[in-house]
Each structure stands twice: as C-alpha cells, then as structure tokens.
Design a protein around this ligand. Structure first.
Ligand SMILES: *[C@@H]1O[C@H](CO)[C@@H](O)[C@H](O)[C@H]1NC(C)=O
Ligand SMILES: *[C@@H]1O[C@H](CO)[C@@H](O)[C@H](O)[C@H]1NC(C)=O
Ligand SMILES: *[C@@H]1O[C@H](CO)[C@@H](O)[C@H](O)[C@H]1NC(C)=O
Ligand SMILES: *[C@@H]1O[C@H](CO)[C@@H](O)[C@H](O)[C@H]1NC(C)=O
Ligand SMILES: *[C@@H]1O[C@H](CO)[C@@H](O)[C@H](O)[C@H]1NC(C)=O
Ligand SMILES: *[C@@H]1O[C@H](CO)[C@@H](O)[C@H](O)[C@H]1NC(C)=O
Ligand SMILES: *[C@@H]1O[C@H](CO)[C@@H](O)[C@H](O)[C@H]1NC(C)=O
Ligand SMILES: *[C@@H]1O[C@H](CO)[C@@H](O)[C@H](O)[C@H]1NC(C)=O
Ligand SMILES: *[C@@H]1O[C@H](CO)[C@@H](O)[C@H](O)[C@H]1NC(C)=O
Length: 797
C-alpha cells in the first residue's frame, strides 16, 4: 500500500520532467518492474535493472577498477550510489554475472569463484523489483516482500525508508570507495539518535546526539517523502524533528539523508532539471572538527574558517600528508629509557613539549593528583612507560601513544605534555597549540585570566555546591545509560581499556608480512614487528590454537588481559580480531626468555640476580592471583614463558590465554595446558584447578633457577634426573651445596629458597602456600617450617 502510494507520488512528481522517460517506462514496465527468475546482469553489456521512473537502478556500478552491486540514482547527471551490497567485499571483474537464479536466489557469480549471495533470504524468491522509491525488493510466490535493500541501509536514507535500532548507517571510506568508513549513525534502544566513530563505539565517544533518551523501545528514524527527518516512538508519535529546518519545496525535489565520509549527517535535495546539483539544506553539525578521529593518530583537528585542518603534535609529522587518517609519526629518535622500576633516576635526554588547548581521548594507565604541571612533566619523564601526560586541574594522566580523537578547544585548559627526544638544535619548550595563539598573546591572556579568576572566586562557593549536585546526578544517569549502549553494541571493550585494535592488514605491515619469526608457543607463532607511529618494537602473537568461534569470549579475555598493568607482566598493546584471525600485539622483550638465561652456561645470571628474578616472577604471579580485577590463573608457568626485557628484568608472558583454549578453566583437564614437568599433579587427577597449580609450577621453576638446570635432565645420573626428587634428597641429607656446584652462594639464603621451592611443589594442593605467603617467605619476612617430602601424599601418578 505504502509502496504503491510512493510510486504514484513519484510518477506525478517527476511527470513534467520525465515525460518521455515515463512513456518508455510504461512500455517497459513489464520488463523492469517485474524481474523474473532466470534474469541476469553483466557489468558491461547489461549492467542494471531500472525502476519504472528510470530514476533508480539496481545492478553493477563501476568502482575501484571493477564493479560493485548496489542501488544508484541514474535519472540525474550526478550518478549517486545510495546502497551497496556486501560492503567491504572487493570489486568484481567485468566477467562477473549477477543472477536471479531459477532456484530463486540472488547471487553474484564469477568464473572459478564461489557464488556470493546478495540478499540473505531463507526462502526462495519468486520475483524481484526495482521500485521507484529506490528500494530493491524480492518477493515470494504470494508477492509478499521477503527481502528489501531498505532494510540494510549503508550510508544513505531515501524518502520512505525507515531506520530501526539495527542496523546503523555507516559512512563510506570516500566518495569513490563505498566500503565501510569511519563513522556510525543510529538509534540506541532507548530512542536516542547518536553519531560516533567506528573506532570507538562507546558512550563517551558520541559526538552528536538528538537527545531523545528515554523515548521507549522500538523508536524509528523516518525520512518522509517531503524531506523531513524525524523520530517516531513505538506508538507512532513524532517525538523529535531531527531536521529542524524546512526542506526546500519550491520545485519538485528528490531527497536523501546521508552520513557523509567526514562523519556529519547531511540532508540533501536535488532539483529535477538537467543541470541540477545536490544541495545541502540541513547538517547535523557545523563544526567539522566535531566528528572524532578526523586526523588520525597523534594528530588534532583545527578549524580554519569552517573547514577542518589537521596538525601533528610537536615533534611528529604526517605519515602521508595527503591522507590525514594515516596519522602522525615521530620525527625524532626517542632516547632509550633505561630506568628500572619506579624509583631510579630516569636520566634520559628526553624532554617534554607542551601542547595547550587540545582535548584527547583519555586512556591513561595511571592518574595522579599533582599540584603543578611541572610535577606532571617530571613524573612522565621519569616513567619509561609514559609517552604523553595530559594535565588538567591538578590531575596528571599518564598515557602511551598513540593519542587519538584530538581537537583544538580554546576553552579547554587541558595541556598535553609530550615526551620528545632532544636533537642538536634546541626545541622550543612550549609550543603553543595554535598558530593564531602566539606566546605574546598568551601573556596578555594571563592578565585577563587573573582578573577573571578574581571575579570568579566569589562565585565559587555557589558553583561547588551546584557542580557536586550535577555530578552525582550525571554519574547516575551515565551508568544507567552506559548499560543501554552496551546492550546495543554488545560492548565489552572500550572505555577503560587502553588497548588498540589493529586490522590484519596493519599487522601485516607491522611485521613486514610476518617475516621474522621469534618463536612458537602453546598458542601459536610469534613474530617481530615495529609500529611506525612510535617506532616501538613489538611481538605479534598469531593465535593458531585458540577457539576462533566466540568473538565475545575472546574480547572478554582480552579485556581482562588489557586491564593488567604490572612491571613483571609483559604488556599487551593491542589485538586484532578479524574473521577467524586472532592476533595479540605485545611489547617486545629484547632479551628472550628466562630459559635462555638459566639453561645456558654463558648467560647464567649471578646468584644475586637469580634471587631478584625469582622475586620478580613471584610478584607477577601474586598480581595475577590476587591483585588484578579478575583473578587470572596462568596454567603454564615455566622459564620459556618468563621473558627478559632490556634491563634483564623478568616479565611473565602468555597469561590470561589459558581460558581461550577451552571454555571452562576450573574443572577439566586439558592436555594442551601446562607443560610436562611443571604441571601440578591435580591436572592428572581431575581435581579442580586452582591458583595452586601456578604455585606448583613456580616451585619447580624456582628449583630450576636455584640449580640452573632443567627439571628433567636425562643425561644425568639416575638420582639426579628428576630435579624435585634430587633437591629433596639433598635437603634431607643436608647437602644443599651440591645443588649449586662450586658457585659461591649465601648458605642461609640458599636454604631459604630451597625450602620455599619444596613447599610449593607439595603434591597436596592445600599444603602449598599462596603466592602472598611465598613472597613473604622468599623475602625472609616469615620463618619457614621444614617442608615434608613433596610426594608423601602421593596417590600414585
Ligand atoms: C511477475 O512475473 C511472473 C512471471 O513472469 C508472474 O507470475 C507474476 O505474476 C508477475 N508479478 C507481477 C506483480 O506482475
Ligand atoms: C575474469 O576476469 C579476471 C580479471 O579481469 C581475469 O583474471 C579472469 O581470468 C577472467 N576469467 C575468465 C574465465 O575469463
Ligand atoms: C553458482 O550458482 C549457479 C546457479 O545456481 C550454479 O549453477 C553453480 O554451480 C554455482 N557455482 C558454485 C561454485 O557454487
Ligand atoms: C518492541 O518490539 C518488541 C519485538 O517486536 C516487542 O516485544 C516489544 O513489546 C516492543 N516494545 C514496545 C514498547 O512496543
Ligand atoms: C509516544 O509518545 C506519545 C507522545 O509523546 C506518548 O503519549 C506515548 O506514550 C509514547 N509511546 C510510547 C510507547 O512511549
Ligand atoms: C515536527 O514538525 C512538524 C511540522 O513540520 C510539527 O507539526 C510537529 O509538531 C513537530 N514535532 C515535534 C515533536 O516538534
Ligand atoms: C550547516 O548548516 C548551517 C545551517 O543550518 C549552515 O550555516 C552551515 O554552513 C552548514 N555547514 C555545512 C558544513 O554544511
Ligand atoms: C622533521 O620535520 C621537519 C619539519 O617539520 C623537517 O624539516 C625535518 O626534515 C624532519 N626530520 C626528519 C628526521 O624527518
Ligand atoms: C642507559 O642508556 C644510555 C643511553 O642510551 C646508555 O649509554 C647507558 O649505557 C644505558 N644504561 C644501562 C644501564 O643500560
């Protein structure tokens, strides 16, 4: 009914202009409006099926050296693509065929290639039609619509089209590339209409909204045939006019609303004359810097008149000046930072440059209350992990690069303190954020500021009261609202996690085509890589042996790993989740694994250093077990999984991955988990797996660290083959000296270490201490009772 009305309406509308067309269309109505089974199209000779009015066409259109399938407006000089099938698929060559097959499916066929389905239908179609509304539809045998292009909008809404909560409009990459681009526009389940960047689907990244929160379920966004865009609630009441201006109606027009490449929603109209052009009569925002992420990593958006301009943060240059999205990279070498821990003296030749009046996405790993900007600078300089700090109102937020979603905001007092390397020519210490805001002006501004402060102080008391009220309210609303956003996008990752997502293509570039293999582990293969924007060496772990189905489980685990921050854990930088591919990007550990140190004579660390390593590993495990938000049981502690950074500090790797191998961690024995020699006996006994399995593995490793030999060494004499047994024998016989050969060691410390090791490797899990106790015992804070024979509870393995 509605469709018939639309057709009639359009025919009347276009009557004066398309008179000849209409005659033709009437003659060809049979041919074009009822596409029967067995019809097909080819890109060059017969590219499309037209609507009766000949305004719209469905079929092949040329793009990027090939052809894509979609709906486009052909009745006007500027051919305009309004819908694309299978967005993201590459264009097909000229020898492809688009067929409505005799079996009733709509498919794209290419020689020697799998057929690609254009419409996801569960029953066969009986016919198809390109309607005058711009909607391409498939019918069943009762002429009921079983599929329509209007239901899977890409970046454009046409008159008569209705947008539900799913899908969203997603912008295109560019005018000539209609794959999915950087921005999203759609309804939340509560009726709020929002725009946000594709790279940050979370509430705090919403840069435009209609404000219609709380309008109930099942709201719809409607574009009227007369150009109005409005939101209806479930009972069909107009609750919000999105386009707050009147559409131009002087002459006959065609309308469309599009989420443009730059993230702004615009309402277009087009007069129906031969030299007509699209004109914009409404847009969602006038500020082209509003859409987050215009400028790529480490760049920020600056308005120049009404146009967006991008600049790099000080010391950085655009990777590709022609393409802002490519972001900025360092134009200097960062001085290596070789401070250990949080107490030493950084003493690098890096300095801080300040960039004022810019706002960024805050993804700090540590926020400090500091009273001055200078303190914030010093703190960042002394922290090797700190690449930039955001200082505002006494808060110093330490972050890693890249910075994203940057834009100039002259009203914001935020200062970005960026760590840069010194070069021979002096770098000006404070680079003002704006060229139009030179230092001279800044001075003048200071006086004004003081004046303002004076005036403001009197109002402060009142304001504090007001603000605290607002904050309590806002926080409450925010939490309730966050739930709605999460509900829609199944959001698991985002706000608090400063993890970066990578595309597979990016990681191919980072690893130079997965060229340099660093090793293979229980989960997959590790490759060396380098990230260009901060010249950071990384290790890219390609997970081959994890479940590739559950995206959600994967994201949940990654989120848990991403939240861990400890100096004795290898830091996860980001990940890639694309189709079946799962890759993790870690900081690169220059010095290999602990196994390379303790099992080779040349690298063997001193006794003192070994004690330090044991303590470091114990600290890391303690953090995993007791201090991070979600308890993590490692399940595979062994020297190969302890990596050494450039300062020979031990860091645990591969934590948090055990769960990805099989869904339930705590109950079932899985052969893949754990490594022979290090696995606790309960693995074999089908007992519940607890943190004590890590304590066992740590105990075995501790004995290895003490003795600098593997837990199983078949080349040794019979009584020495199994390390655990040999150590206990020596302990019982009071011959601990044998364990370290001729190495000079502190006898009391040796005994202490051995006793801790023996307690950890008790067969009976309940006898093993928790990591907290292990720490205390290693440090010598508590007395250690004499350990029993580890296997005295043995019930035969
Ligand atoms: C479309 O064509 C098929 C066969 O050619 C016919 O059975 C069907 O009734 C037609 N439908 C319409 C709406 O004309
Ligand atoms: C189809 O076109 C592609 C690209 O032009 C070409 O590589 C391929 O060989 C063609 N296939 C056939 C069967 O002609
Ligand atoms: C593609 O579809 C056509 C028509 O249904 C069929 O004849 C052909 O075998 C299919 N090709 C492949 C590779 O599945
Ligand atoms: C929204 O739609 C769902 C599914 O059609 C329905 O169950 C629910 O009752 C609707 N809500 C309202 C408020 O109409
Ligand atoms: C829709 O809006 C109207 C008017 O604002 C209101 O009376 C009605 O209850 C709303 N319907 C729903 C389902 O919220
Ligand atoms: C939307 O605009 C129409 C006029 O175009 C007006 O009648 C209606 O009341 C407006 N609705 C709202 C919710 O403002
Ligand atoms: C957006 O619309 C306003 C009027 O509503 C207009 O002044 C402005 O130039 C438009 N901006 C863009 C970028 O189209
Ligand atoms: C750094 O940038 C400046 C200009 O911004 C340029 O002249 C210089 O060549 C760049 N240096 C490097 C190492 O790229
Ligand atoms: C620290 O870095 C400086 C400069 O890169 C280097 O000369 C020095 O040897 C390093 N110190 C250590 C302990 O690695």
């Amino acid at each position: 009914m509605a469709n018939a009305t639309t057709i009639i309406f359009l025919i009347i509308l276009f009557a004066p202009l398309f008179q000849t067309v209409r005659v033709q269309a009437q003659q060809q109505t049979q041919k074009h409006s009822n596409i029967s089974l067995g019809s097909s199209l080819t890109p060059i000779t017969n590219p499309s099926w037209l609507s009766p009015s000949r305004l719209y066409a469905f079929g092949f259109y040329p793009e990027r050296n090939g052809y894509l399938v979609g709906v486009f407006i052909v009745g006007i000089p500027e051919k305009t693509v309004v819908w694309t099938a299978n967005r993201g698929n590459p264009p097909v060559p000229g020898n492809a065929t688009l067929a409505l097959t005799s079996e009733g499916s709509l498919i794209l066929q290419q020689p020697q290639t799998q057929n690609i389905s254009i419409a996801g239908i569960t029953q066969p179609a009986s016919s198809a039609s390109m309607l005058d509304s711009g909607n391409f539809v498939l019918y069943d045998s009762n002429h009921k619509i079983i599929w329509q292009s209007f239901d899977s909008a890409t970046d454009t809404l046409l008159p008569g089209q209705i947008l539900l909560s799913v899908p969203d409009l997603i912008s295109s990459v560019s005018e000539t590339d209609h794959s999915t681009g950087n921005y999203r526009f759609g309804l939340l389940p509560d009726g709020n209409l929002v725009s946000l960047p594709q790279s940050g689907i979370a509430l705090q990244y919403v840069y435009w909204q209609s404000g219609t929160t709380g309008s109930g379920d099942n709201c719809t966004l409607n574009l009227d045939v007369d150009g109005h865009l409005y939101i209806l609630n479930a009972t069909g009441n107009n609750i919000h006019n999105v386009t707050d201006a009147e559409p131009p109606t002087k002459e006959a027009k065609i309308y469309m609303v599009r989420l443009d490449v730059d993230g702004i929603v615009r309402a277009y109209s087009h007069t129906l004359d031969s030299n007509g052009k699209w004109s914009i009569w409404w847009n969602s925002t006038m500020n082209k810097c509003d859409p987050l992420g215009q400028c790529g990593f480490n760049g920020f958006c600056v308005l120049r008149d009404t146009n967006a301009d991008c600049k790099c943060i000080p010391g950085f240059t655009y990777v590709n000046p022609g393409n802002w999205a490519s972001g900025c990279v360092r134009n200097f070498t960062i001085e290596s930072c070789n401070k250990t821990g949080g107490d030493g003296n950084g003493n690098t030749r890096n300095i801080i440059t300040a960039l004022q009046n810019t706002v960024w996405d805050e993804s700090s790993y540590s926020t400090l209350q500091l009273s001055s900007r200078q303190e914030c600078e010093d703190v960042c300089l002394q922290d090797c992990n700190c690449e930039v700090a955001l200082y505002k109102d006494g808060q110093c937020k330490k972050q890693r690069l890249p910075l994203r979603y940057g834009k100039r905001n002259l009203d914001d007092t935020n200062v970005a303190l960026i760590k840069v390397g010194t070069s021979d020519e002096p770098i000006t210490k404070a680079i003002p954020g704006a060229q139009d805001n030179p230092p001279m002006k800044a001075k003048k501004k200071l006086h004004v500021d003081i004046l303002i402060i004076g005036i403001s102080l009197s109002a402060l008391g009142l304001m504090v009261l007001a603000i605290s009220g607002v904050l309590v309210y806002k926080n409450h609303v925010f939490l309730a609202y966050k739930k709605i956003v999460d509900e829609k996008w199944n959001l698991e990752l985002g706000e608090e996690v400063a993890l970066r997502t990578f595309t597979l293509a990016e990681l191919e570039q980072v690893t130079n085509g997965f060229k340099e293999e660093l090793g293979r582990g229980a989960f997959g293969t590790v490759f060396k890589g380098i990230i260009s924007y901060n010249s950071k060496d990384v290790a890219v772990k390609r997970l081959d042996k994890v479940l590739t189905e559950g995206e959600r489980e994967f994201q949940t685990e990654i989120k848990v790993i991403g939240r861990t921050h400890h100096r004795n854990l290898v830091h996860l930088i980001g990940y890639c989740l694309e189709g079946p591919h799962r890759l993790l990007v870690y900081e690169y550990m220059r010095n290999g694994s602990l196994a390379d140190f303790i099992f080779t004579l040349e690298n063997r660390p001193s006794w003192q250093e070994r004690i330090g390593i044991a303590l470091d590993v114990a600290r890391g495990i303690l953090y995993l077990h007791e201090e991070c938000e979600t308890q993590i049981i490692h399940c595979d502690i062994k020297p190969q999984n302890i990596l050494m950074d450039e300062h020979r500090r031990a860091k645990i790797s591969d934590f948090g991955l055990a769960k990805l191998l099989k869904p339930d961690q705590t109950n079932t024995f899985t052969a893949i988990r754990g490594t022979r020699g290090y696995v606790a006996p309960e693995w074999h006994r089908k007992l519940p797996v607890t943190v004590k399995v890590d304590v066992y593995s740590f105990g075995v490793m501790l004995l290895e660290i003490i003795c600098c030999r593997k837990c199983l060494e078949l080349s040794l004499s019979e009584e020495e083959i199994i390390l655990q047994e040999w150590v206990y024998d020596c302990f019982e016989a009071n011959e601990l000296g044998k364990l370290v050969g001729d190495e000079e060691v502190d006898k009391r410390k040796l005994e202490r270490m051995v006793k801790v090791g023996l307690w950890c490797i008790q067969d009976e899990p309940s006898l093993r201490p928790l990591m907290k106790k292990v720490m205390l015992m290693l440090e010598g804070t508590v007395d250690i009772p004499v350990p029993p024979n580890p296997t005295s509870f043995l019930s035969a393995i």
